[in-house]
Design a protein around this ligand. Structure first.
Ligand code: ADP
Length: 447
């Protein structure tokens, strides 16, 4: 990056210097040309009335000193007078453009490359009264010689400019890059880095991402520790029971009891592992595509039917109400969601209590509500029950086969469906959990 900025700055300044030099030389050359022609014109008109070679000697000396060359060309093109050379050796000048111009327009001018390297000869002609043409000429620098002469100045300027660019680009890149380097060196204190205005959104995004990565890493670490801890208890029970059977200490009814203990612990392990795998799957899944049209009412009704036996076991009355309604979603996930909510409502209930499932449209949005008359959730735990492995009453959860992962799975499924979850609960009175599906994700109508 630094090298790139350096190179580009130098390139830009070099181009700028070259263009400036070329422009300046062209402008300068044009001014010079105009000036020379003007000088020649003044001289020509000064000499014209007297006619050359009738000009005074002083005049001629002065003209020679100024580098002027005077020629008088007769009407037939023969050279009548030439201040610089022998007239007899000169060819006919009638076809010279400046002579032709003077004959036609009374005056003329032209510029020709000189025999001297890097010089141009400027000519100015005036038609005299006797039909002859007076020509005043002078040599001056060509544009190339002007450029050539300005080459040292040009090179020195270029070198100076490149040095300035080098220093400037160092400073520039440093001030551009150093806040980024500072941020990279210490991700935990990004706000401490001397960040310039344009970098603020970038710094904020990086900071948010860094924090998200950290909290994710923490969560995973905590999750792994929790999973290991949860697995330990049933494994220890299995190990203990099997050891007793192996040593022959348990026989008859005891052996059956221990085998049943092993069976239960193994089941618990299986549920735990299944829930953990499910959560990991949901973790990596951001959006399930394509969603299909699901009849939420039918899905809830089937789940309720399936859970009737479980409700009976717990002495809980399970009912379903509402109106047919569809949402776009993933059938298996929505089934899981309804199952987990209903299962909790049954398990954390009292004998003779009730659970009612409601599906329908409220305020134009599809809702799924599970209401129970169970034990309720204390205020301080209401936020936390969606956390992994959080249980209000650990022993009660374990006795019903809970893993503490059910609501974490629910939270994930709700997020995948772009839905919203709300909870109202009161200890001793019951709990009501409502899932509201967003408008885009529903196609509801009273079927
Ligand atoms: P678990 O497998 O323990 O049921 P969940 O994640 O499903 O785990 O629930 C977390 C905790 O939230 C439960 O242990 C329980 O204490 C509480 N909880 C969940 N649903 C209800 C409910 N309907 N009534 C009372 N408490 C509930």
């Amino acid at each position: 990056m630094k090298k790139k900025i350096n190179k580009q700055l130098m390139l830009i300044s070099s181009i700028a210097v070259v263009i400036t030099v070329l422009l300046m030389a062209t402008v300068f050359y044009h001014i010079l040309q105009a000036q020379v022609i003007e000088d020649l014109r003044v001289y020509a008109y000064m000499l014209a009335p007297s006619g050359i070679p009738y000009g005074t000697e002083t005049d001629q000396n002065r003209l020679n000193k100024d580098g002027m060359r005077i020629t008088v060309i007769g009407a037939d093109g023969s050279v009548l007078y030439e201040s610089d050379a022998d007239v007899t050796a000169m060819d006919n000048h009638l076809e010279r453009p400046e002579v032709q111009e003077a004959i036609q327009n009374g005056e003329g001018q032209t510029v020709r490359r000189s025999s001297t390297m890097g010089m141009n000869t400027f000519y100015y002609t005036v038609l005299l009264d006797d039909g002859s043409v007076l020509r005043v000429a002078r040599e001056s620098h060509s544009i190339w010689s002007i450029l050539y002469q300005s080459l040292p100045v040009f090179l020195v300027t270029l070198i100076l400019l490149l040095i300035v660019c080098l220093v400037l680009s160092r400073y520039l890149t440093k001030s551009l890059v150093s806040p980024i380097e500072q941020m990279a060196a210490d991700m935990d204190h990004i706000e401490g880095a001397n960040v310039y205005e344009e970098l603020v959104p970038f710094a904020e995004t990086i900071k948010a991402q860094h924090e998200a990565i950290l909290s994710n890493a923490n969560m995973r670490q905590e999750f792994t520790a929790n999973v290991s801890h949860e697995l330990k208890t049933p494994l220890a029970a299995i190990s203990g029971y099997s050891e007793l059977i192996e040593s022959g200490m348990a026989s008859g009814q005891d052996a059956v009891r221990f085998a049943s203990g092993i069976h239960q612990s193994a089941n618990r392990l299986l549920t735990l592992i299944n829930d953990t795998i499910r959560l990991s799957e949901l973790d990596v899944m951001k959006q399930v595509e394509p969603f299909e049209e699901i009849n939420l009412y039918e899905l809830a009704r089937d789940s309720v039917e399936m859970l009737q036996i479980r409700a009976d076991e717990h002495g809980v009355i399970l009912s379903m109400e509402g109106s047919p309604c569809t949402v776009r979603g993933d059938k298996q996930m929505l089934e899981e969601l309804i199952y987990n909510l209903c299962d909790n409502a049954i398990c954390y209930n009292n004998i003779g209590g009730s659970v009612s499932v409601n599906v329908g449209i409220e305020a134009g949005q599809t809702i799924l509500r599970v209401r129970d008359t169970g034990i309720g959730i204390p205020k301080e735990s209401q936020e936390r029950i969606f956390e992994r492995f959080y249980r209000v009453d650990k022993s009660r959860s374990k006795s019903t086969g809970g893993t503490g992962l059910g609501l974490a799975i629910v939270k994930h499924i709700v997020a995948v469906h772009d839905a919203h979850i709300s909870l109202v609960s009161e200890v001793g009175r019951g709990t009501e959990i409502t899932i509201t599906f967003s408008n885009q994700n529903q196609s509801c109508a009273a079927l």
